[in-house]
Design a protein around this ligand. Structure first.
Ligand SMILES: [Fe+2]
Length: 329
């Protein structure tokens, strides 16, 4: 693991520097930031953000008890008319996580923060030249977990309130297989990787405090355990041309493996095999065949109980078992 021990320059948001992306491609990079002390991220401001958030852009998930056959029951819900302060109370008392997606597109202040952080990392210009930046805000209950998974774009996590432990694993076998990555690319479900407790011996384990952030190498599997406090974190996502090409290869190799019975031999990001695969996955996208691979969104089946913070009220729709993407981080 790499620590960015540089002091935060006066007026800067973080200790990220133009060296940082090269470093975080090699190993998880822990760095300092100032956003936990920024009035834009004080809890009343987060409550105000929740008040303004459009229904289509948030997910609130209840992490229920074990379901039949020992499977976890995850349910997706609605604020049920509660204001932001009461939503925060519910999350602090419950077993919930809230993902405010696309904050950069919905709030000019968040957009400015996102641009500022990527600018400090030199990630807007060559040689990184990242694009497709996205910012999300995650609010989660004491003790909440994000299970073992890997993400397709480049990812970082900045801690704003509360403490959480993140385990980051190397993006290679046995932690991550090509087939596992292909399945994520085809299904858009970040979970489903096999996890074994002995993997933890090779994990980088960080107890993230407010004012700390971490970026990790592309596709590194990770999982998160909140400590006993309400957690507010920011997720950052970015693409580069190599990441986009790698994603196209994941999709094409997954198609070849699952639909043509061919175990792909190459992950080259250039040359004739790359362009043939780029064409194959583009054809599948254009003809809508990829859509059939993707599971429908979960129905909204609970709302927050206005009288009992942290409790939920059943809306009477069927429960779904298992878990889906959208957890962020
Ligand atoms: Fe993640």
């Amino acid at each position: 693991m790499i620590f960015a021990m540089d002091r935060i320059a006066p007026g800067a948001l973080s200790a990220l520097t133009p060296h940082s992306p090269t470093q975080w491609q090699q190993a998880p990079l822990l760095f300092q930031h100032r956003l936990h002390a920024d009035p834009r991220f004080a809890l009343p401001a987060v409550a105000g953000l929740i008040d303004r958030y459009p229904r289509r852009s948030y997910s609130i998930v209840h992490m229920g008890e074990q379901g039949p056959e020992g499977r976890r029951v995850w349910r997706e819900g609605d604020f049920g008319g509660l204001d932001g302060a009461r939503v925060l109370d519910a999350i602090e008392c419950g077993r919930l996580w809230l993902n405010l997606r696309d904050g950069h597109a919905l709030d000019p202040g968040l957009d400015a923060v996102m641009r500022g952080l990527f600018a400090e990392a030199g990630a807007l210009a060559p040689p990184v030249s990242s694009y497709g930046h996205r910012l999300g805000v995650l609010v989660s209950s004491p003790g909440a977990q994000v299970y073992y998974h890997a993400d397709l774009p480049g990812q970082g996590l900045l801690q704003l309130h509360g403490r959480k432990r993140i385990y980051i694993y190397p993006p290679r076998l046995p932690f991550l297989s090509e087939q596992g990555l292909e399945n994520i690319a085809l299904s858009q479900l970040e979970v489903g990787l096999e996890y074994r407790p002995e993997f933890d011996r090779e994990a980088v384990v960080l107890d993230l405090e407010p004012g700390q952030g971490v970026f990790w190498p592309l596709n590194s599997p990770h999982r998160i355990e909140n400590h006993d406090s309400l957690n507010v974190s920011m997720t950052l996502e970015y693409w580069t041309q190599p990441i986009r090409r790698s994603h196209m290869i994941n999709v094409a190799n997954g198609i070849l493996r699952n639909h043509y019975g061919r175990a792909p031999r190459s992950r080259r990001l250039d040359g004739p095999s790359f362009y043939a695969k780029a064409a194959l996955q583009a054809l599948w996208r254009r003809t809508g065949r990829l859509e059939g691979q993707r599971r429908a969104a979960r129905p909204i089946d609970f709302r927050l109980d206005p009288d009992r913070p942290g409790a939920i009220l059943d809306l009477g729709t069927p429960q779904n078992e298992g878990q889906r993407d959208g957890q962020g981080a």
